[in-house]
Ligand binder design. Structure first.
Ligand code: SF4
Ligand code: SF4
Length: 96
């Protein structure tokens, strides 16, 4: 999130209450990332375990197939690397 789009304290609801659902969509956690997941497509068995475990819903899927990462939201935590049963995801230092 750029500094221009951050809310000042006067615009935060009293008590920091989150009054609506789906607000996490506004927070592009990909900006936090230092490491980026890279998948070896040839080894992937499309089990979708990474999709289940990703805390940021950043595994992209289409018709039951893992098709990549949503880098707007992937924060580079590496959980997908840990849970992948065939170890076809590795984390690489991201060039910024
Ligand atoms: S590195 Fe973390 S946030 Fe990114 S796709 Fe893997 S589990 Fe999701
Ligand atoms: S956990 Fe590994 S094998 Fe399973 S869909 Fe994800 S990348 Fe592919």
């Amino acid at each position: 999130m750029s500094s221009e789009s951050k809310k000042g304290w006067r615009k935060i609801p009293i008590g920091g209450v989150i009054a609506q659902g789906g607000t996490a969509r506004e927070y592009k956690t990909g900006e936090w990332r230092n490491f980026i997941p890279v998948r070896d497509k040839g080894k992937c068995i499309n089990c979708m375990i990474c999709w289940v475990y990703c805390p940021d819903f950043a595994i992209r899927a289409d018709q039951g197939q893992m098709v990549g990462f949503d880098l707007n939201y992937c924060k580079g935590c590496g959980i997908c690397t840990t849970v992948c049963p065939v170890k076809c995801i590795k984390m690489e230092k991201e060039q910024k």
